[in-house]
Design a protein. Structure first.
Length: 356
C-alpha cells in the first residue's frame, strides 16, 4: 500500500453566484473569482484545483485551460486540471496540445480529466450527433491514449480524420497526467482501466460506500490487464463553515436553486430542505458542515474506497465568493489536518490499495 498522505483538492464549474446586492455576477467577474479561488487553494496547501467545462448560462467557464493558465501564473505548487474536459465534443489532438501547453506554463502541474460530461449542450454547439454518443467517446479516448505517448501516432476511426505518423507538439518534460471521470457505469470503469487512466468517481448521489464495487472492479481490471495500479479520486459537492448549521444555511439556497433549474429540464421533483439534510448526512453525497463533520465524512470515504484523492466540488449555485473563500480556507487549514489525523488513527483497509 502506498503510504503517502491523501491529497485534498477542489473542483468548480464556475457557477454564476450573486453579489452583495443580490444580483447575479457577470461571467467575467465569476471567472476572475475562480482564479482567486485557485490562488487561495494553493496558499492553504491543497493539492489540486479542477475547473469544469460547460456551455450553458448557469456556469461561466467554457475554456478551462485558459482559466487554469491564468491560475498557473499566480500559483506555485497546486496541480491544475479540468473537471471534466468533454472529450466527446472536442478534438483529442487539440486537447493534448492545450494541456501540454498548460503543463509548460505551470512547470509540470497540468492534469486533464476526460469525460462525457453531465450535459449535452456541447454536442449540437460543435456539430456532433448525439446518436454517436458512445462511439465518439470510445474512439477519442483511444486516440488520446496514443497521444499521451508523445510519439508519432497512426490512427483511424469513424468520428475523426485518420492520422498517419502524426507528431504532435509541444512535448512535455515529464509526461501529462490524465484521468477519466466516471459516473457509475461498470463499462466505463473497465474502459478506463483498459487504457490505463486514473479513475475519478463522480459521486453526486447516495453514499460513497455504494461505489466500492466500482473501485474493486477498477483495481481488478488493471490487474487482469497486466497494468500497474493507478490512483482513484472521488469528486463530490461540499461546503465548509465554522458550524454545521452555518454551512447548511449558506449552501442550501444555491444547491436548491441549481437542482431545481436542472430538475425543470429533466423532470426531477422540487428540491427541498428535507432532501438537502439527507444529502449532507452520513448516507448522502454532499460534504457540507463544520471542519470536523466534513473531515469525518472524507475519512469514511477513504476507508470505504481507498481513494488517494478527494476533490470537493465548491460553488453550487449562488454561494457568494466571500463564503467560498472562507470555505476554501477552512478546507485547507482545518479539514486537511483533521483528515490526516483520522486516517492515521484508523487507516483504510489493506485490501483498498492506492492510499497516498
Amino acid at each position: 500500500m502506498d503510504a503517502r498522505p491523501l491529497e485534498l483538492g477542489l473542483d468548480t464549474f464556475g457557477d454564476i453566484s450573486r453579489g452583495p446586492d443580490g444580483s447575479l455576477l457577470s461571467d467575467a467577474q465569476t471567472i476572475r473569482n475562480v482564479v482567486d479561488q485557485a490562488v487561495l487553494a494553493d496558499e492553504v496547501g491543497l493539492s489540486f484545483f479542477g475547473v469544469g467545462e460547460h456551455h450553458r448560462k448557469d456556469f461561466a467557464v467554457t475554456s478551462p485551460e485558459i482559466v487554469l493558465a491564468a491560475a498557473a501564473a499566480r500559483t506555485k505548487n497546486i496541480h491544475l486540471g479540468t473537471a471534466v474536459t468533454v472529450l466527446s465534443s472536442d478534438d483529442p489532438v487539440r486537447v493534448y496540445e492545450r494541456f501540454a501547453t498548460l503543463d509548460a506554463v505551470s512547470n509540470g502541474r497540468a492534469e486533464v480529466i476526460l469525460g462525457r460530461g453531465s450535459f449535452i449542450e456541447s454536442f449540437p454547439l460543435f456539430g456532433y450527433d448525439l446518436a454517436d454518443y458512445e462511439q465518439l467517446f470510445e474512439e477519442k479516448l483511444e486516440l488520446f491514449s496514443h497521444l499521451l505517448t508523445e510519439k508519432p501516432v497512426t490512427w483511424s476511426g469513424r468520428t475523426r480524420a485518420a492520422l498517419q505518423d502524426a507528431d504532435v507538439y509541444p512535448k512535455t518534460e515529464t509526461g501529462l497526467t490524465a484521468w477519466v471521470g466516471v459516473g457509475g457505469s461498470p463499462e466505463s470503469v473497465v474502459r478506463t482501466a483498459r487504457y490505463g487512466y486514473g479513475l475519478v468517481l463522480a459521486i453526486i448521489g447516495g453514499s460513497a460506500a455504494r461505489f466500492r464495487p466500482y473501485a474493486d472492479l477498477y483495481r481488478r481490471s488493471l490487474d487482469e490487464l497486466g497494468k500497474p495500479q493507478m490512483p482513484i479520486s472521488v469528486h463530490s459537492p461540499g461546503h465548509v463553515a465554522e458550524t454545521d448549521e452555518q454551512a447548511w444555511d449558506e449552501a442550501f439556497e444555491g444547491v436548491a436553486e441549481l437542482n431545481n433549474t436542472i430538475g425543470r429540464e429533466r423532470g426531477w421533483p422540487e428540491y427541498n430542505r428535507m432532501r438537502f439534510q439527507h444529502d449532507v448526512g452520513p448516507e448522502g453525497s454532499m460534504y457540507v458542515g463544520s471542519p470536523e463533520t466534513v473531515a469525518r465524512k472524507i475519512a469514511a470515504t477513504v476507508r470505504a474506497l481507498g481513494n488517494s484523492r478527494f476533490q470537493m466540488k465548491i460553488a453550487s449555485g449562488s454561494i457568494s465568493h466571500d463564503r467560498l473563500l472562507s470555505s476554501i480556507e477552512l478546507y485547507g487549514t482545518k479539514v486537511r489536518p483533521l483528515v490526516e489525523e483520522m486516517l492515521a488513527e484508523t487507516p483504510a483497509s489493506v485490501d483498498a490499495p492506492g492510499i497516498r
